[in-house]
Design a protein. Structure first.
Length: 256
């Protein structure tokens, strides 16, 4: 009888392990994320590198995501399936008026939005013959984009690590990027989470106070101004930043 105890114990452990693995494989995702990427040639390498990054984040953090470059998915019926919309280098002027309206409605309903890098390209001069999406400029904190300096390495300072999206960030990271500039500091209109250290690189037009990651607390959103280089897709800190930004907006999403 004693000889049977050990094999039975091992068999029980194996059975419990298989049940646990089966549960993890079949449990429903906590939330759904739609990633819509740009067709812009200057961002194609980063976008292609970002897809496997999102795949890892989704698998490790139990969320489902769809990844596309087709903006036709930005419509009321399809957006109703998601809690978070990730605008990956997709500029606001790259959407049709109907798509802009659908995304605006999605955001105003309290759903989550995470914008990366070129998602913040607010400026009337980009498409002078196209009706300007004024709402989006207000959404971004009433700032407009200015031409950026040359791609270079610099320091990004996380000045607010009390926010859920940046609570796991170190005080600063050194990365290579385009270091977007704006017509003014957005501080005062939004909650600033991180800023560029302008003493560590050469600006095109020095801003002095240079926020690059922020949340407009009127909405359920995070804007991440850095994100040009493919190296960020394998940078642990950047992955954690994107993960936590998505998780925070998903947790606040209304009408889940």
């Amino acid at each position: 009888m004693r000889k049977l105890i050990k094999p039975l114990f091992i068999l029980s452990l194996i059975t419990l392990t298989l049940i646990s693995l089966s549960y993890k494989m079949h449990r429903a995702p906590a939330y759904r994320v739609l990633v819509v990427a740009s067709l812009a040639k200057d961002h194609v390498r980063m976008i292609d590198s970002a897809r496997p990054m999102f795949e890892r984040l989704a698998a490790e953090n139990n969320f489902a995501f769809d990844f596309t470059k087709d903006t036709s998915v930005i419509n009321d019926a399809n957006l109703a399936n998601y809690q978070v919309f990730v605008m990956l280098h997709l500029a606001p002027f790259d959407m049709s008026y109907a798509q802009q309206d659908a995304l605006q409605k999605f955001i105003e309903q309290g759903k989550g939005w995470v914008g990366i890098h070129a998602a913040g390209l607010t400026r009337r001069q980009f498409k002078p013959n196209q009706k300007y999406w004024e709402w989006f400029e207000h959404f971004m904190g009433d700032v407009t984009y200015s031409p950026h300096p040359p791609f270079q390495k610099a320091t990004l300072i996380f000045e607010d690590r009390n926010h859920p999206a940046t609570k796991n960030m170190p005080p600063s990271i050194v990365i290579s990027d385009e270091w977007y500039e704006w017509n003014r500091s957005v501080r005062g209109s939004v909650r600033v989470l991180a800023r560029a250290d302008e003493s560590t690189y050469t600006q095109k037009i020095p801003m002095g106070d240079h926020p690059l990651i922020w949340t407009n607390e009127k909405y359920n959103m995070i804007y991440i101004g850095v994100g040009h280089d493919t190296s960020l897709c394998v940078n642990h800190d950047y992955q954690v930043l994107v993960r936590d930004a998505i998780a925070w907006t998903a947790s606040n999403a209304k009408g889940k």
